[in-house]
Ligand binder design. Structure first.
Ligand SMILES: [Zn+2]
Length: 404
């Protein structure tokens, strides 16, 4: 099977994850795909194949050299984003793209006017949606690429490599993909998630992240008799929001700039809740942001005594801290891309990845492009040539790791 055959097959499985169910995998469709992948791994003749009851798949392509070579892994996720349905995905291949608008259906058009990156792919073949669903290149392109590369290595025993491990996870899109990942069982010195965007992406820096929950208790009094008595929780919330730096919001920041992002406000005169997420690549600035949040709440409590409590929870950290001491892991991927004729684009992720959490669990895990664009929506597309390059990059990494 080619990488395209595999991809077109996997996107037909509805594996949309859900934040609502509280179980792992969060939706039964993910287990259906997992079982199909397990079957394929057996047919490919891989070893140590396991599928656990949480939906985690692992398998081994054994080393074909006597040289002492580190075991390395490739990781991708099976679920798709809950942001748009992944049910009944009908992919279409636009061959030899001419740089014009691509009508997806009667209502929606994929246009280089909206997405100028499309023009980078003139003459290539794009896989697009029918406008009703997302595509699922995030991250079924990654799964297809890994398995195609593994098959290639099996078919070309003249390419010497060490032990290669494969890991497919559920529930990445709801931030739970690393929750039950057994790093010890995986048994690799390092790994790569094949979960990046456009061709060339190579990432080993992501945000430090915290979630903030603020509860405000007001004092509700009949408005006609409220003078010097009422404390309106909504007014307190508004005051609090106005005190945080207005230019340090997602819509005003880029690159290495962190932010405070207001995610929800709800309430009545009596009580209100406010939610934030705090993000920063730099750990010290991240800690300072959390401190500023606490100081702001202290100040609010001076203005409105005993009104407000805050809970700040760290969510994940920048993997750079764990990857920098083993920088050869990134250098190897960089070299593999160059050898495959791909220009590496190294940039910080303005978000998190499963690889970040895996890195802190003891498995350094940078992120490599899977090739897609416009993830999580109907405008998602993936150039076939980018997927083919990703396959080559995986093969080259396996080869280079055995030659170092
Ligand atoms: Zn993804």
């Amino acid at each position: 099977m080619t990488v395209v055959d595999r991809f077109l097959k996997y996107v037909k499985f509805d594996t949309e994850s859900s934040t609502e169910t509280g179980v792992t995998p969060s939706t039964p469709g993910q287990m259906v795909l997992a079982k199909e992948l397990e079957k394929e791994l057996r047919e490919m003749g891989l070893e140590d194949i396991s599928l656990d009851d949480k939906g985690y798949i692992m398998a081994t392509l054994p080393a074909n050299t006597d040289k002492k070579v580190p075991a390395i892994g490739f990781v991708a996720h099976m679920d798709t984003s809950p942001d748009l349905t992944g049910n009944n995905v009908n992919p279409r291949i636009v061959k030899n793209y001419d740089g014009k608008d691509i009508p997806l259906n009667n209502e929606f058009t994929l246009s280089p006017g909206d997405f100028p990156e499309m023009l980078d792919y003139i003459g290539q073949d794009l896989i697009v949606t029918d406008g009703n669903t997302l595509l699922g290149a995030d991250d079924k392109a990654g799964i297809a690429e890994i398995l195609t590369a593994i098959q290639y290595l099996k078919d070309h025993p003249e390419i010497k490599h060490g032990k290669i491990r494969i890991g497919f996870t559920p529930d990445e899109e709801i931030g739970a993909g690393a929750d039950y990942f057994d790093v010890e069982k995986f048994g690799c010195e390092w790994a790569y998630t094949m979960d990046g965007g456009p061709i060339g992406e190579l990432e080993y820096e992501n945000f430090n992240a915290a979630g903030v929950k603020i509860n405000i208790q007001g004092r509700s009094v009949h408005p006609g008799y409220a003078k010097d008595k009422m404390v309106n929780a909504l007014v307190v919330a508004n005051k609090l929001i106005s005190l945080l730096p207005a230019n340090e919001r997602p819509e005003h920041t880029a690159h290495y700039e962190g932010f405070f992002h207001l995610t929800n406000v709800s309430g009545t005169t009596d009580a209100a809740t406010v939610g934030y997420i705090i993000r920063d690549h730099n750990r010290e600035l991240f800690e300072n942001r959390k401190k500023l949040m606490k100081e702001t709440i202290d100040y609010i409590n001076q203005l409105y005594p005993n009104s407000t409590v805050v809970e700040i929870k760290d969510q994940y950290y920048n993997m750079r801290e764990k990857v920098e001491p083993v920088m050869h892991v990134v250098d190897l991927a960089f070299e593999a891309m160059t050898m495959a004729g791909v220009t590496p684009i190294v940039k910080p992720i303005r978000g998190g990845t499963d690889g970040a959490r895996l890195s802190f669990m003891g498995l350094p895990c940078p992120n490599i492009f899977a090739g897609g664009h416009n993830f999580h929506g109907r405008y998602e597309f993936v150039p076939i040539q980018s997927m083919e390059k990703a396959v080559q990059v995986i093969v080259k990494i396996a080869e280079l790791a055995a030659n170092k």
